[in-house]
Structure formats: structure tokens, C-alpha cells
Write a protein that binds this ligand. Structure first.
Ligand SMILES: CC(C)(COP(=O)(O)OP(=O)(O)OC[C@H]1O[C@@H](n2cnc3c(N)ncnc32)[C@H](O)[C@@H]1OP(=O)(O)O)[C@@H](O)C(=O)NCCC(=O)NCCS
Length: 138
């Protein structure tokens, strides 16, 4: 039975193996665990055996602004509403913030629009050397 939680209790790197699909240098599961602990808010979808089926993170000042940097559902678990539920639960946790922002590929805009996030523009930096360092390939 799958369940949703904002607790990282009992989550190990082994529960996180296989995420960051398609990234040029995926952060290792241990780094992934550190990313979760370093986030202001997390929501996980977990299987009964502890495996994480999907996760979402947010960084926030707790008052005005929040940013959602990461959302991913394991490939085998997609199309079952897990991603939508993770976003809904994260938005509920961030309720009260004036700004809730995320950056995504254009083809994902309809997915987020169904959940109340409207298209806007963004400006970004991507430091690939920093990413490689998190993958252990730095
Ligand atoms: C995006 C993602 C989190 C969606 O998770 P999911 O559990 O499959 O989402 P849901 O089952 O709630 O899907 C809801 C709807 O979004 C649509 N959708 C899902 N992924 C999509 C994509 N990449 N592009 C366009 N539409 C998408 C689904 O078709 C579904 O529509 P339907 O209900 O009309 O069939 C998942 O595909 C994923 O992990 N992708 C790789 C990582 C990623 O792109 N993360 C977002 C970073 S901004």
C-alpha cells in the first residue's frame, strides 16, 4: 500500500536508488538523501517496503516565497496520479506563501496548469561541474 509522508524518518539511500533519470550526471542516492534533508519541505510517496516511489522538494523563507526545485516519480510508477498528488500536497504545505515558483520544460506546463500553476518566464544558471560533484563523477 502506497502512502504519502513529509517525514524522512527511516529513509535510507537504498530507498532512493534510481532517481534523477535522464540527468547528465545524476546525484548519488546518498547525495539525494542529503538534498531531501536540506530542503525546507519534502513530500514522499512511499511503498510499504520503504522504497520511495516519488518525491517533491521545496525551499522557502516560510513567509513570502517558495521554490519547488525537484519533482520525480519512478518511471514504473508514473501515470497513476502520484506526481499530481505530490504537487497538491506540497502546495498545501506552502499555503500562505505569496510566491510559489518552479521552472520546468515547456511540455510540462499543462501538467502544472491542471494543478493551478500558470505559465510565466524564468532565468536560470546551470553549473554542470557542481552537478558532477554530486554524482561522484566530479
Ligand atoms: C512529471 C512527473 C512527475 C509526473 O508524474 P506522474 O505520477 O506520472 O503524474 P500523474 O500520474 O499525476 O499525471 C498526471 C497527468 O500529467 C501528464 N503528464 C505526466 N508527465 C508528463 C509530461 N512529461 N509531459 C506532459 N504531460 C505529462 C499525464 O499524462 C497525466 O495526464 P492524464 O491524467 O490526462 O493522463 C513524472 O512524469 C516524472 O517524474 N517525470 C520526470 C521528472 C520530471 O520531469 N519532473 C518535473 C520537473 S519540473
Amino acid at each position: 500500500m502506497r502512502y504519502y509522508t513529509s517525514s524522512l524518518a527511516g529513509v535510507t539511500a537504498e530507498h532512493l536508488a534510481g532517481f534523477f533519470q535522464g540527468w547528465p550526471a545524476p546525484p548519488s542516492p546518498q547525495r539525494h538523501l542529503e538534498i531531501l534533508h536540506g530542503s525546507s519541505e519534502v513530500v514522499l510517496a512511499r511503498e510499504e517496503n520503504g522504497t520511495v516511489a516519488g518525491f517533491i522538494t521545496a525551499l522557502t523563507d516560510g513567509l513570502l516565497a517558495a521554490y519547488i526545485p525537484l519533482l520525480e516519480v519512478r518511471p514504473g510508477q508514473r501515470g497513476q496520479g502520484v506526481g499530481s498528488e505530490l504537487v497538491r500536497r506540497m502546495l498545501a504545505r506552502l499555503a500562505g506563501c505569496y510566491m510559489i515558483d518552479l521552472v520546468c520544460d515547456r511540455d510540462l506546463l499543462p501538467f502544472y496548469a491542471r494543478l493551478g500553476l500558470r505559465p510565466y518566464s524564468a532565468a536560470i544558471i546551470r553549473d554542470h561541474a557542481a552537478l558532477r560533484a554530486l554524482s561522484g563523477r566530479g
